[in-house]
Unconditional design. Structure first.
Length: 197
């Protein structure tokens, strides 16, 4: 049912989402994830994206995507309109993180949040020994061309959830090839959290 050539984070997100769920993807890019969720989970999907070229690619796939900046909020959506709101690889690019997460959990029952772990040992190594901003597979941009505004770690996000009274329902720690079980704040390149109020 789940294809082998699909990104690991997409497979994990598909495993979290129940059949037929209503899903909103904030910062959906070219729509690959929501197209996949529609296919393998029969999810009713929508996306929000700022990049016009990415929106055209979504439309070519027959996806419902709205042109908007997620930092502006989700005022057009009623409370609890979605089962899941996804922020996969877009949280670190938002200006108003707290506001975006609160809006996601207003319009959705659960939020699936995935981001690169800045505390991965290779990033630490580059910063400590080379004295340079890290460039890794999960943080592939140089300091001068990165879309990332935030560089957070797994521990940072857990602390944020505790301070914001958000419940972490599930977490998945990823390497390039599989799941990490030991010392994820050091060894996981990416992470996926499922949170709720």
């Amino acid at each position: 049912m789940i294809k082998d050539n699909v990104q690991l984070d997409y497979k994990i997100i598909a495993g979290i989402i129940e059949q037929g769920s209503r899903v909103l993807d904030l910062g959906c890019g070219n729509g690959e994830l929501i197209a996949y969720l529609s296919s393998v989970r029969n999810a009713k999907v929508q996306g929000i994206e700022l990049n016009e070229d990415a929106i055209y690619k979504c439309v070519e796939k027959g996806l419902s995507v709205f042109h908007s900046d997620i930092d502006s909020g989700l005022a057009g959506y009623p409370d609890d309109n979605f089962d899941y709101v996804i922020l996969n690889q877009s949280l670190q690019e938002t200006k108003k993180v707290d506001y975006v997460i609160k809006e996601a959990l207003r319009v959705g029952k659960k939020a699936i949040i995935g981001f690169p772990n800045f505390a991965h040992y290779r990033a630490r190594f580059m910063l400590f020994f080379r004295g340079q901003a890290p460039v890794t597979t999960s943080l592939p941009y140089h300091w001068h061309d990165t879309p990332n505004l935030r560089f957070l770690s797994i521990k940072d996000f857990r602390d944020y959830c505790k301070q914001s009274n958000l419940k972490i329902l599930d977490s998945h720690y990823l390497s390039d090839t599989g799941i990490i079980h030991l010392f994820p704040n050091i060894f996981a390149r990416n992470v996926i959290f499922v949170v709720t109020k």
